[in-house]
Design a binder for this molecule. Structure first.
Ligand SMILES: NC(=O)c1ccc[n+]([C@@H]2O[C@H](COP(=O)([O-])OP(=O)(O)OC[C@H]3O[C@@H](n4cnc5c(N)ncnc54)[C@H](OP(=O)(O)O)[C@@H]3O)[C@@H](O)[C@H]2O)c1
Length: 277
């Protein structure tokens, strides 16, 4: 997410954005963070840092909670002290996901895994500590950077003849470049409609259909078998249905959100440019 923000900031020639280098912004180290607040005097802070290893979190509860709750509270406290607005990224995994209705910002959050629980605790700390906050929940994040489903599928698709992909978990993918654009639009709008917001790309899909889209666009020849979640047990359970309602963010900030497949095409194009560079 952070790398996508940097790319979009460069594209917009936004020189006022500061991206801390590795090692100077450990969110668990409040003194270190305070030095950054003092030197940079931010009007806004965008927190992309998180413990995101969903399965590992089940056995690594303490560190996961430190990063996703205590680290987030450190940032919120400093934002309060130094009069900055916080944009904090959260997740669809705060929801239990057994329903079939679009999930709204004020729907009850009942996480079913440690990652989701600690992300919810982080949200709650932000709300308790700082009025000037945007909590943006997103889902199925991918881009040309880091490790993600799209890059994993392209790798496995090139290496294997056949893949089994879960077809009964339903959600909406999010191209992190689109989310970065939305975050900067929200900040640039100058509005102060603080609160929780939902953002993903438009449209609904399963992991199976998402994979089929990836292979179709990249013209990868691989047999893909749809399987139920029960055939691919993971350490952490995941919501079955986590499609979020984006009406609030679209209306409040006049945002137009791209369809997931349109954005997937853009990401795969960017990946092929990077791979051929
Ligand atoms: N990925 C998804 O599908 C997804 C879905 C919904 C919501 N989200 C949320 O979106 C946000 C961005 O996720 P992402 O996919 O970009 O995650 P990511 O690729 O795992 O990036 C998280 C970053 O946080 C850093 N970090 C971890 N502990 C830190 C600490 N103590 N201090 C400072 N930085 C620390 C990590 O650094 P190291 O690599 O050095 O540890 C990493 O660069 C997160 O809030 C995540 O919960 C993600």
């Amino acid at each position: 997410m952070g790398q996508c923000l940097r790319k979009v900031a460069e594209r917009r020639a936004l020189n006022s954005l500061y991206f801390p280098e590795e090692g100077v912004a450990n969110i668990l180290d409040k003194e270190m963070l305070e030095e950054l607040f003092k030197s940079e005097e931010p009007t806004h802070v965008i927190n992309c840092a998180a413990y995101t290893a969903v399965d590992k979190a089940e056995d690594d509860v303490e560190l996961c909670r430190k990063v996703n709750k205590d680290g987030v509270a450190n940032i919120a406290e400093l934002c309060k002290l130094y009069d900055a607005t916080l944009v904090h990224i959260s997740t669809d995994f705060v929801f239990e996901g057994s329903g079939h209705e679009l999930l709204k910002e004020d729907d009850i959050a009942e996480p079913i895994n440690i990652y989701g629980l600690t992300k919810l605790e982080g949200e709650q700390d932000v709300i308790a500590l700082l009025a000037e906050h945007y909590i943006i929940r997103t889902s199925w994040l991918y881009s040309e950077y880091g490790n993600n489903f799209v890059k994993a599928m392209l790798k496995f698709g090139a290496e294997r003849d056949e893949l089994n992909i879960i077809a009964d978990q339903i959600g909406s993918p999010t191209y992190a470049i689109d989310l970065a654009e939305a975050i900067l639009d929200i900040i640039e709008s100058g509005k102060t409609d603080y609160g929780i917001y939902h953002y993903s790309n438009e449209g609904v899909t399963s992991w199976y259909d998402f994979a089929m889209g990836i292979f179709d666009i990249s013209q990868t020849q691989v047999k893909v078998n749809p399987i139920p979640t029960s055939h691919y047990p993971t350490r952490a359970v995941r919501p079955k249905f986590s499609v979020m309602d984006k009406t609030k963010i679209k209306k409040n900030f006049d945002l137009s959100i791209p369809y997931w497949r349109t954005s997937l095409e853009k990401c795969i194009e960017q990946l092929s440019i990077l791979n051929n560079a």
